[in-house]
Design a protein around this ligand. Structure first.
Ligand SMILES: Cc1cc2nc3c(=O)[nH]c(=O)nc-3n(C[C@H](O)[C@H](O)[C@H](O)COP(=O)(O)OP(=O)(O)OC[C@H]3O[C@@H](n4cnc5c(N)ncnc54)[C@H](O)[C@@H]3O)c2cc1C
Length: 385
């Protein structure tokens, strides 16, 4: 076990942090309020090789792993300018296509995903199924050589900036019962496909969408991997998603904690800095401890994933996602408290993170579903639902 990052990893961390610093929260804040995508930052991150750092070199990626993509996600968030679509486009979609796509599919999608010029969204959540993915009803039927898809998806992020959506459906043969996911690349301009922005209360640049698939006709090669590849193929993408969600939370927690500590050192109301009072310093210290623990679990999950241990990575990624979300929420909450009234003033850029940090307790998988997983699979307790 090695807790020291390689020189390459350190250099990547420094380079991403420098990019983030140039943009920062001042760049994000107005776009978060008006739900405008971070186009310039995404393009520059793509050109710098950060967006596709985990994808194969053969297709223009960096040839590194989830550990490195997590560095990118963490450092941008730590600079106050996280890119939500990193969680989806290179982490979920890029990984699934790399691992299960044909040579033609890899050639079609990976160079764009690696450079960032192509963004791919990911649609699994459905209005009626919710957390119970076994109940999804988006169905693909064969018609000649084509697939015809029908269904509804909800809360899908970034469809307006995406060239395609990776849709999790099921084939007609596996229409009911335990989910046998079939994954399809659906270009966003396909006839029969429509999407509508959901009016969200979350101050973040990326919008969420309701998707309507009505007899959407796709060619045979829109199917990625086996139509009956069971859950392993899906989780090859969902574990990276959880690792990247953890990275986002860890970075956001660092951002909030830095702001809080800087303020607590400077602000004086009783003739000495407010950080002198243990009523403020202890919660900040506790938040720091919990954030570091979450980061360690995120790094464990990424290392296991990159080492090919999907099972081990699954458990660690769930635990990392849980602890990073909780730690980040605590950091942001304590940062707001530390700044007093300024914690909710737009100028200081912390108040708007209250909801942003809170998203991670719900998405991409809720706190309760992670606890269900741990209770059932890590502790061997009976399933309650
Ligand atoms: C900002 C944002 C971005 C998102 N982006 C995407 C995206 O890009 N693609 C996509 O497919 N989805 C996306 N989602 C959807 C997200 O993954 C879901 O909201 C999440 O999985 C929870 O599903 P739900 O909202 O249907 O809640 P529900 O499943 O209805 O759950 C409601 C509540 O009940 C609890 N609950 C449900 N079942 C149980 C149980 N068995 N035991 C205990 N508690 C339970 C849940 O934990 C939750 O607290 C996004 C959501 C948000 C908020």
């Amino acid at each position: 076990m090695n807790f020291t990052e390689t020189d390459e990893q350190k250099a990547l961390r420094d380079a991403v942090a420098a990019l983030g610093k140039r943009y920062g929260h001042e760049y994000v804040a107005p776009r978060a309020r008006s739900h405008e995508p971070l186009t310039e930052l995404w393009a520059e991150a793509g050109k710098s090789g950060f967006v596709g750092v985990n994808l194969p070199e053969q297709y223009g990626g960096g040839g590194a792993g989830m550990y490195e993509l997590a560095i990118v996600g963490e450092e941008l968030n730590a600079a106050g300018c996280g890119l939500l679509m990193l969680v989806v486009s290179p982490a979920i979609c890029g990984t699934i296509i790399t691992r299960f796509g044909t040579d033609e599919q890899k050639q079609r999608w990976l160079p764009g995903l690696a450079s960032g010029e192509t963004i791919m969204a990911f649609g699994i959540t459905e209005p009626d199924a919710g957390s119970n993915s076994h109940n999804i009803t988006t169905t693909a039927r064969r018609d000649g050589g084509d697939w015809v898809l029908s269904g509804r998806k909800v809360f899908v992020s970034g469809v307006d900036v995406a060239e395609a959506v990776l849709i999790v459906g099921r084939t007609e043969d596996a229409k009911t019962g335990r989910l046998k996911p079939a994954l399809f690349t659906l270009p966003t301009d396909t006839p029969g496909f429509e999407y509508k922005a959901i009016d969200m209360d979350v101050p973040m640049p990326d919008k969420q969408f309701m998707l309507y698939l009505d007899d959407v006709r796709l060619p045979k090669d829109a199917l990625i991997g086996d139509e009956d590849a069971a859950l392993a193929q899906l989780f090859a993408g969902l574990n990276p998603e959880r690792i990247m969600a953890s990275a986002g939370s860890v970075g956001m927690g660092r951002y909030a904690l830095d702001k809080a500590v800087g303020y607590a050192r400077e602000r004086e109301v009783w003739g000495k800095p407010i950080g002198t009072h243990q009523g403020l310093s202890h919660p900040l210290a506790k938040a720091k401890v919990e954030l570091e623990l979450a980061k360690l679990m995120m790094q464990k999950a990424a290392s296991l994933y990159d080492g090919g241990d999907d099972m081990g990575a699954g458990e660690a990624a769930n635990m990392a996602k849980y602890s990073a979300a909780e730690a980040s929420i605590a950091c942001v909450d304590q940062a707001v408290q530390t700044l007093g009234g300024n914690g909710l003033a737009h100028e200081y850029g912390i108040g708007s993170l209250l909801i942003g940090a809170r998203v991670a307790r719900i998405a991409p998988v809720s706190r309760e579903m992670i606890l269900n997983f741990v209770a059932q699979f890590s502790l061997g307790l009976p399933k309650s639902y």
